[in-house]
Design a protein around this ligand. Sequence first.
Ligand code: NAD
Length: 295
Amino acid sequence: MSIQNVFVAGGGVLGSQIAYQAAYTGFKVTSYDLHPEKVQKRIETLRAGYKQDLKTTDQQFDNGLANLSYISQLPEKIDADLIIEALPEVLDLKKSFLKEISQEVSTKTIIASNSSTFTPSQLKDSVTDPARFLNMHFANRIRLYNSAEIMGHPGTDPAVIEQVIAFARKMKMVPVHIKKEKAGYIGNTLLTPWFNAALDLWANDYATPQDIDREWIISQGASVGPFMLFDMVGLRTAYQITTNELQAEPDNQTYQRAAKRLKQMLDAGKLGQESGEGFYHYPNPEFEQDDFLTK
Ligand code: NAD
């Protein structure tokens, strides 16, 4: 069976990008979110990026939009070959959503989670057919950074993994198959210690986020620093992940301080790129100024 109809649950920073990229590459996509009007706005803001990065015309972008529909309530039956869950990184929320939709799908439906930190084994017992459950993990700015990490649990049917790999290729992703479960996949296994080191430097007042980014970019010849990436990922998700880490290590003072500071930023409406302010100000962030790396 090849995947044709896709249902994306959660239309936030990542869910909106996944839904649009699938629609752009020809799939019929339903986006489900409590706030569909916000999802529509997020998707419209992708237009400029597609035009700049992929030389997409307005007509081509609109053709993608025509493949999308938006809902705010779960239907009684979900007619989809693939459901991609991109809800907030909160274990109980994901589990209860998976439990609920399992009752509403047909036996052919594959369910995938885009979770960054929870493994398929942590989620699989919430679905009625774990053999058809796996994780499919996208990177932010998926039109450009187009890897899709695909990772089953020991009971995932290998044929399901193959189907999802084929789907990833059709939506112009490069599928990366993780052969056995690894929390953090490949990307975050490499990235998380780096993010945590950056939080340590910031939350414990060793240096400003801007100086931490500058040092990394100049000394490593890198194109981005950790706080530029935090803004791109979105501070809601950064906060949720830090809170999850704190739950696992309640005495860790760096996580305590980082969670407190991130919460203060969120309370002040600083969500990252999305809200116009995070560690930098948008749409003309300080790191794009000519003297950012020289002052
Ligand atoms: P987000 O906070 O930007 O978006 C979450 C969306 O879910 C919001 O639009 C919210 O309205 C919606 N929502 C919340 N509760 C809901 C419910 N009960 N029913 C329907 N919709 C609901 O989060 P995000 O950054 O897009 O992250 C989503 C998932 O993607 C997480 O699992 C995260 O780990 C993963 N992810 C994020 C990134 C990233 O860079 N942000 C990268 C890879 C994977």
